[in-house]
Every structure is written in structure tokens, then in C-alpha cells.
Design a protein around this ligand. Structure first.
Ligand code: ZN
Length: 628
């Protein structure tokens, strides 16, 4: 037995080191299993009473205001219910457990002084410069607050997909980004808070709920939470959250359950006993990789692993996403590798890491040529693509994407493939020249079905700009990114097509690379877009909310002809929106003193936001004076 304890000690130490260096090899779930096994075999083991050392060098170390203890964990309902009975709270605060990297924001007399990573729980890395760039950070608090605000540094799934897909998951990416010496990418990170500690007075917060309300009042983003009294309802809530975990912006790996009443002494323990992490079931399984197929969607080739069937999160899994050539190389993934497969809310599970490579396991061979056009594929590491702009693969998937984005029912792959291969439909515009005869000519297609398909196609006749653009399958541009472009003010097709790389790069969530892809894509696809509009069958929906529709306004200083509240109402009545601060995507800053050097003015100039005076604002509203 002591041999196993030795082995566990080594494994835990190794994985802690990897974890704190931002390069975890195993999932949290699997780490917890090791931890639990050690606790079972040797409850007094010294390793259990401390958190692993932080070996990331180069940052000054800084002590936490009170130790950042490690949470006790329950992986199944039985363990959770035992804990709940033991602590006997009357009311529980149940928070989502965000899967990111912990951070402590230290305030002195209301000013943010330090941002400290978890480290070994006692001291961590002082990464203040990076923290200041993150979203959700509040630099100054009223009332001279001295103490700590704790939260999780997170990267949204969307940002992970769009910009950091070479990292296995958002948490790994967040861990790496927050510790980057050059600070690049810190602005993509967000801090979501769950705790606060006033350093000088233990009774500053008495109830968890008040603490959360205080965080919200001061502008922090907080984790979603609910209040429950019955522990069995918490078990149900966990199942409910688990079932919709892939709908959250961030990855979550369970719940954190605390009592409503705060016990400051308990918080100081290395493992606070009055709260627990109630994690989701371990969604990981071992299997063997048998074959790799390359899924092509347009120009992009994605490796999909065919694995021995294995039960995972209640379903039998036979396929796993291998993501890209670089990950295959980094993991040294081979045909015949024993692999750990995980499901973190994605639809297709991922291969998390290689458990073992049998001797002579053959390497995975990348396809050399495009299966559609024969062009040599380009291996960019994070992407394997066919560079041929005229590749039929691109054209076909553009049609498919268009029909999917517009949600045209009954227009399946079989029908589309036959129309495409016969040469009847090459581009999106061709779809709108289809007649019943074109369809009934196809095998097994009756008149009724043909009519239904065409009716479905033609019934989607006005569509929002973002969907129109997303339907053209520009790489990396789905409806979410397209929506962001539109909300940022690029709200007509003409504006989108005239915008330059730097205009796109200014939109939140779009980086330089994607911005360049968008500009190139819109240029290449311009003629096809015109052709679609020219069919007269599809129009871009122009919001008819009023003259200011789609525009956002911020006011600063006083107005001569009306109160600010009145002006804001007029904007809203005219279909525009009002924001309290100047940010990206703002259409206009209204001020009668543009030279005042106020922070709003300076920021507007910096961001290239249009600045107008009251007179210009009234003219825009279509009225020369306030008349009612
Ligand atoms: Zn090709």
C-alpha cells in the first residue's frame, strides 16, 4: 500500500507543477481522483494539507490577504449530501464553479494595488500589469475598501475558438495568457468574482448574499448563483446546470456550495469546511485511437479520431475531435495510442492526452492534397487548409452554410449534393433560380416534396445583415462574430464592404488575423453577394425602428435646450440606444464642449468615436429645437 502512496505523491506533485505552470496534462476530474485516493490511503499525508508550489518564475511573489484555501470536493451526490448534513446550513448559496484560474485583487484604501495568482495558496505571482488589462477589473472602489476581491480569470469559449484554438481548452489558454510577460492577450481575459474579504473587519460582510450584492454594486461581474435550502434540490440543480453547461459563455465544472452565514475562521483554514466544490461527474474515459478521418468543411480540414467505442457522460462515444495538426504533434498522438477522451460540454468529445503509445505505433499522416480539387494542402499548424479560392469544396460548403444559417427546412445534403454535382447550382444565387422541374428531375423526388422545399427556401426572404454575412461562410465568421460587427456600427452591407482591417480589429472579439480574413473574404465574395441580392428573392432586413436605429449615444456635460434625461428619451424613441460610458462600438458622443479634455472626450478621440454638439444632434434627430 505504501508503494501506491509513494506513487500517488509523485503523480500529484508532478501534475500540480504542470497545472501551476499552465500546462496541465490531466483534467481536474482525474487530478481529483488521485487526490481522493491519496486521502483514502493516507489521510495524514503532508501533501494533502498544502496546495502545490507555484514554480512559474519571473514574477514577484506576493502574499494573499488571507490564505487562498483549496476547496473540499464532492464528485457525487452521496458525498455532497453527507457534507450538507454535517455542516447543517439553514440556507445554501449555490454558485457556478467557473473553470479558469484563480486571482486575488488586492485593494488598499479603495485603490487596486495588486493582482495575485493562487500560487501555493499562501503566496502567488503578482501579475498586476496584466490584471489591469482584463475585462471586469475595477480599479477603484468607493469607501476606501481595503481587502481582497477574489475571482476567476476566464477566457470565453468564443474567444478560445476564434483566437486560441491551439490550446486544448479555454482554461489552459487563460492560464498561459494571464502570465505572459508581454501582456499580449490579457485584454481577452475576463474576471468573474465570487468572494470578497475586508482585511480590517471580520464583520464587514455577514452574509454571502450581501457580499455578492456588494460586488455587483461596485461593478464587478459575479458568477451566477442561486439560494436553496434543501440539499436534495441542490443535487437536482447540479443536474440541470450540467445539462445546459455548453450554453454558458464560459466553461464551468460544477457548483460551489456555501452556507449563507459567513464564518471568517473557516475561511482561514487551508481547506474551509463550511463550503464545498460539488463537481460534475468526471466526463473522461480511456480508449484507443484506431483511425483518423479528415472532415472538410469548405477549405478547412479537421482531424476526427475514430476510437474504440466507450461510455462517456451517458452516451457511447466513437469519435473524438483531434482539433488540428499541431495538437496531434504536440501530444505525439499515433494510430493505436491509448488516449484519454473528455467531454467538457462540446458536442464531439476531445482527446485530452495520450496515456500510452505502443511500440511501433504508426504516425498520423496528414492528407497532402485537397480531396475536392487536388490542390496541395497548407499545414499552418493550427489549421490545415486548401488554399485554392476556386475549390469546389469551398463552394459546396458555402451553399450548405447558407441553407443552415437561414434555417431552410428539408433542403438536405443529398439534394444539395446532386444539384451541385450536376452543375445546376454553383453559387448561392443559383439556388434562387431553381424551379420545380430542377428538383423533380432528381431521383426519388416527388412534386409535393419539391414544392415544399422551394416554398421553404423562398419563405426566408428578408434576413438580418449578420445572418446574410454569416451565410457566406467566411472562415471564422459565424452569426456571433457577424452580430458583433453589426452592433459595432458596421450595420449595412456597404459599410462592411468598405471597412478596413483596422476597423474590424477594433471590434471586440475580432483579432488582427480574423480581421484580415474578413476583409479578404468580403472582397472575394462581393460579386456573389451582389448576385444574390440581384435575384430579388432575398433582401437584407433594414431595421425600421426610427432614424437613429442601430446607433448608440453617450452624453457628457449639460445641454442647452433640454435635460440630459429628455435627450436620452428622444434617442430611444428614435430607435437608438444610450450608453453611460464611451467604449468601442459607440456611434456618437454628444457634448457642447468638445475641447474640454474630459475623460469621455479623450476616450472618444482615442477610439475614433464621432463627437457632435447639441445642434448637430438635434439636426440628426430631425428637429431644430425642443418643441414639446
Ligand atoms: Zn480544394
Amino acid at each position: 500500500m505504501s508503494e501506491r502512496v509513494n506513487e500517488l505523491e509523485k503523480l500529484i506533485a508532478h501534475h500540480q507543477k504542470r497545472y501551476y505552470n499552465g500546462e496541465p496534462e490531466i483534467s481536474d476530474g482525474e487530478f481529483d481522483l488521485l487526490w481522493d485516493e491519496l486521502r483514502r490511503l493516507d489521510p495524514a499525508n503532508a501533501l494533502l494539507s498544502r496546495v502545490g508550489a507555484d514554480r512559474a518564475d519571473g514574477y514577484p511573489k506576493r502574499e494573499h490577504i488571507i490564505p487562498m484555501g483549496s476547496q473540499d470536493k464532492a464528485a457525487d451526490p452521496e458525498a455532497f449530501l453527507r457534507w450538507a448534513e454535517r455542516v447543517g446550513h439553514d440556507e445554501f448559496i449555490v454558485q457556478l464553479k467557473m473553470d479558469g484560474a484563480s486571482i486575488e485583487l488586492q485593494y488598499e484604501a479603495g485603490r487596486l494595488r495588486h493582482g495575485v495568482t493562487r500560487g501555493d495558496g499562501i503566496t502567488g505571482d503578482d501579475i498586476t500589469a496584466n490584471v489591469r488589462k482584463m475585462q471586469g477589473v475595477i480599479l477603484s472602489l468607493p469607501g476606501g475598501f481595503t481587502g481582497a476581491v477574489r475571482g476567476e480569470v476566464l477566457l470565453s469559449r468564443e474567444a478560445h475558438r476564434a483566437k486560441y484554438a491551439d490550446k486544448a481548452n479555454p482554461r489552459n489558454a487563460a492560464n498561459g495568457l494571464m502570465k505572459r510577460k508581454d501582456g499580449v492577450g490579457a485584454e481577452d481575459l475576463e474576471i468573474v468574482c465570487y468572494d470578497a474579504i475586508e482585511a480590517t473587519r471580520d464583520d464587514f460582510f455577514r452574509r454571502e448574499e450581501d457580499k455578492l450584492a456588494w460586488l455587483v454594486q461596485n461593478g464587478f461581474h459575479i458568477v451566477e448563483f442561486t439560494k436553496l435550502t434543501d440539499p436534495s434540490r441542490i443535487v437536482e440543480y447540479r443536474a440541470q446546470v450540467a445539462s445546459r453547461r455548453d450554453t454558458f459563455r464560459f466553461e464551468i465544472d460544477g457548483l460551489v456550495v456555501k452556507g449563507q452565514e459567513i464564518d471568517p475562521d473557516d475561511l482561514r483554514r487551508a481547506r474551509p469546511e463550511r463550503q464545498i466544490a460539488f463537481k460534475f461527474e468526471l466526463e473522461e474515459a480511456a480508449s484507443t485511437l484506431r483511425e483518423v478521418v479528415w472532415n472538410s468543411s469548405g477549405s478547412l480540414y479537421t482531424p476526427i479520431g475514430l476510437i474504440d467505442p466507450v461510455r462517456l457522460a451517458g452516451t457511447t462515444v466513437k469519435r473524438a475531435n483531434l482539433v488540428n495538426p499541431r495538437l496531434i504533434r504536440e501530444m505525439d498522438l499515433r494510430i493505436g495510442s491509448r488516449v484519454a477522451v473528455t467531454k467538457r460540454g462540446e458536442i464531439i468529445p476531445k482527446i485530452e492526452r495520450v496515456l500510452e503509445n505502443p511500440p511501433d505505433a504508426p504516425a498520423i499522416v496528414l492528407p497532402e492534397a485537397c480531396e475536392r480539387c487536388g490542390t496541395r494542402l497548407v499545414d499552418e499548424g493550427t489549421r490545415l487548409t486548401c488554399p485554392n479560392q476556386g475549390c469546389p469544396g469551398r463552394s459546396y460548403f458555402r451553399l450548405r452554410k447558407w441553407l443552415d444559417v437561414l434555417d431552410v427546412r428539408d433542403f438536405g445534403d443529398a439534394i444539395l449534393t446532386r444539384l451541385f454535382e450536376s452543375g445546376r447550382v454553383n453559387g448561392i444565387a443559383d439556388l434562387y433560380t431553381l424551379e420545380e422541374g430542377d428538383l423533380t428531375r432528381l431521383e426519388r423526388m416527388g412534386e409535393t416534396l419539391a414544392r415544399k422545399i422551394l416554398r421553404n427556401l423562398y419563405s426566408v426572404s428578408t434576413i438580418p445583415l449578420s445572418r446574410f454575412v454569416a451565410g457566406f461562410n467566411i472562415e471564422g465568421v459565424g452569426t456571433v462574430i457577424a452580430d458583433k460587427m453589426v452592433t459595432a456600427g458596421l450595420d449595412t452591407l456597404a459599410k462592411l464592404r468598405n471597412a478596413k482591417t483596422e476597423d474590424y480589429a477594433r471590434v471586440n472579439g475580432i483579432g488582427e488575423v480574423l480581421a484580415a480574413t474578413i476583409v479578404r473574404g468580403l472582397e472575394d465574395l462581393g460579386p456573389q453577394m451582389d448576385a444574390v441580392i440581384a435575384t430579388g428573392r432575398v433582401a437584407i432586413d433594414v431595421p425600421t425602428g426610427g432614424p437613429l436605429s442601430g446607433m448608440s449615444f453617450c452624453f457628457t456635460g449639460t445641454l442647452a435646450s433640454m435635460t440630459r434625461a429628455r435627450a436620452q428619451d428622444l434617442v430611444r424613441q428614435a430607435g437608438g440606444s444610450v450608453t453611460p460610458s464611451v467604449g468601442r462600438g459607440l456611434s456618437c458622443l454628444v457634448t457642447n464642449d468638445p475641447g474640454s479634455g474630459s475623460s469621455k472626450n479623450r476616450k472618444a478621440v482615442e477610439l475614433g468615436v464621432q463627437i457632435m454638439d447639441e445642434q448637430a444632434f438635434l439636426e440628426l434627430l430631425g428637429r431644430t429645437e425642443e418643441s414639446d
